[in-house]
Design a protein around this ligand. Sequence first.
Ligand code: ATP
Ligand code: MG
Length: 410
Amino acid sequence: MPTPSPHNQREFAIQVVRDLRDAGFEALWAGGCVRDQLLGLTPKDYDIATSAAPDQVRDLFGRRRTIPVGASFGVITVLGPKPAGQIEVATFRTDGGYSDGRRPDQIHFSTPEHDAARRDFTINGLFYDPLTDEVRDYVGGVADIEARVVQAIGDPEARIAEDKLRMLRAVRFAARFDFAIDAATLAAVRHHSSEITQVSGERIGAEMAAMLVHPNRSYALRLLRETKLETHVLPETIQLVDADWVGVLNLVIRLEKPSLAQVLAALLARLDDVRVAGGIGARWKLANRDVDRADWLLDQLPMALNAAKVRWPQLQRVLINDGAAELVAMVSAMAGDDDPSVQLCDSKLALPRTELDPPLLLTGGDLIAAGFAPGPAFSSILEGVRDAQLEGRISTPDEALQLAQDLSGG
Ligand code: ATP
Ligand code: MG
């Protein structure tokens, strides 16, 4: 009887295991999906580990349905029917020798036990047989999930020394699941913290960005400090201590579903020299738009915190910006929802766009047509006319032109 076509990734992940078993290979779910399932979370994807060699995986599922994504690591992507997506199938392997502090020099294909042992943390080293509903635990991962602890597999010193990225991964997984980091693993991270700079800026940036926008971001920041990783990945915030540090941690907690730019701005807002977002962006290879947004938020914050006391035309020019909602959310996190500046900004942002940002009564082109010569006074005249419009002192193009003439001293 032909098996029905899988409807989602989970069904497909069971199907791929069954197909590999039917062909005589060992095959198990591996890593994150097993951990997530034990935690009662829905895995975001399913990885399979198998005794089949990469070529055998391709022969079994067909060249057209497979992509050798990481052939040198024995990883083959198997494509499912549309609703099922794709699954990574990796041959059981042992990683041998790390000379660059990040990637194994060579690998060789091996057994499930060895494949578990080459993984980073016990919680990530589990296998699961979806056909019998059995967990295969060679590394003590089930106990560590129960104890809510991130612990390196094997000797923490050696495991951290061979791949420095694991230091940030330890913090990220601990924060993501609100787990502790086991004492020996934590000590190894502290010991090797300065070597995090051997990892590429992009990888550091990707790990940091994931931690900083995660709901548990303040715990991630505390762990970064405790492990000394902060000194090397985010030295800007080292000078924040005592009440300042507590204040920053409380602020980043209060930001709701923040953008990376908002969190960076929150981290940097108390520093004397706030022009540091660019330095972080360059180190972490962040997108310019994130860095520009963080800088903009930092520039506007002092004014926005005082919005209720600022002239409307000045505030209006800020509130029409794309980043206004993020800015007001930051002010709200800093000053409280019922702060008059927050209330004012929220009510303004709720206006229809044509009221918040009414079309110009007078443009530069109108001024030239009326005989004004472009020159230094030109833009300040336009600005004065715009202020008057926003303040409701003028409301027609004729009044605008009259005011322009008055302003130019004509
Ligand atoms: P996520 O849900 O964030 O994807 P994950 O556990 O699937 O979590 P991945 O980074 O996708 O994490 O890696 C898949 C698995 O590969 C991990 O669970 C772990 O077993 C192993 N792994 C990944 N990176 C490393 C590493 N640097 N060192 C050792 N093992 C690793
Ligand atoms: Mg994954």
